[in-house]
Design a protein around this ligand. Structure first.
Ligand code: BTN
Length: 261
């Protein structure tokens, strides 16, 4: 399937916010994040939007793979935005990015802390943020994968969700066009103001709020939103705990016990 990427319109909208911005669409690459990190380490630090119609070695958070091959001919969206970034405080960046993505795409989308995008109990998009320090400068690579059409569940327990369930005409180019400018605006605002002003908006999309959760370190408690730095607040028997880095899952409710007559 030939895709029509409206790279020029994106470039025109984003350039005023990111001087020196370029847009690049590739038919195939190992990973858009890997490529922008390679370039940054080689001293290429211009703001760049790199889109791949296919990734052969897509990467997810926590060292996982990111599979994005669609079942039909219409590809899923995989792209990375690389840019020099100088926020006063980096905490909460990944939440701010997740929030920009859900707000740009659809009101029904939720965020599973820190930044997984979920629809009706299934994951729809993932975000991987990496940074490279080059001298005084820090270059951030913000990689986003959005399922546009249903894709094979591979080894996932729950089959992923797809944007076409909400927006039947969704394509990768349309989703990209919808997301990039709000994403850049959100990053610029984050640089100036940090995560704190976004806390109420995150709350409205917070999938975990009020659910009993289990963290990868074994901590169990009730999710109570996030603090001004984006840490997850968990109410436990030992009091309120702040989780800054852990994998968190909703604790399945115990099966109801059958009572015999
Ligand atoms: C996750 O949920 O684990 C994060 C997934 C991030 C996937 C995107 S696709 C574009 C960019 N390139 C990659 O290799 N990963 C990110």
């Amino acid at each position: 399937m030939t895709l029509r990427w409206n790279a020029e319109a994106i470039w025109e909208a984003v350039s005023p916010l990111l001087p020196g911005f370029t847009v690049e669409i590739l038919p195939e690459i190992d990973s858009t994040n890997t490529e922008l990190m390679r370039r940054a380490r080689a001293g290429q630090l211009e703001p760049t939007l790199l889109v791949a119609e296919r990734q052969t070695a897509g990467r997810g958070r926590l060292g996982r793979d990111w599979q994005s091959d669609a079942q039909d001919q219409s590809p899923n969206l995989t792209f990375s935005l690389g840019l020099p970034l100088h926020p006063t405080d980096w905490s909460g960046l990944s939440l701010a990015v997740g929030l920009a993505v859900v707000q740009a795409l659809h009101p029904d989308l939720q965020l599973k802390w820190p930044n997984d995008v979920w629809l009706a109990g299934r994951k729809l998009a993932g975000i991987l943020i990496e940074t490279a320090s080059v001298g005084e400068l820090r270059y951030a690579v913000i990689g986003i994968g959005i399922n546009i059409t249903p894709r094979a569940a591979a080894d996932l327990r729950t089959p992923p969700a797809a944007l076409s369930e909400l927006l039947p005409d969704a394509t990768a180019p349309l989703a990209l066009q919808r997301v990039v400018l709000p994403l850049v605006q959100a990053i610029r605002a984050f640089e100036r103001e940090g995560f704190a002003p976004l806390r109420p908006a995150f709350h409205t999309r917070d999938l975990l709020y009020g659910h009993e959760v289990v963290c990868s370190d074994g901590l169990v408690g009730m999710a109570r939103g996030v603090d001004a730095g984006g840490a997850l607040l968990v109410h436990t028997d030992q009091g309120l705990k702040k989780i800054s880095s852990a994998e968190v899952s909703v604790r399945p409710r115990p099966a109801p016990t059958a009572s015999l007559p």
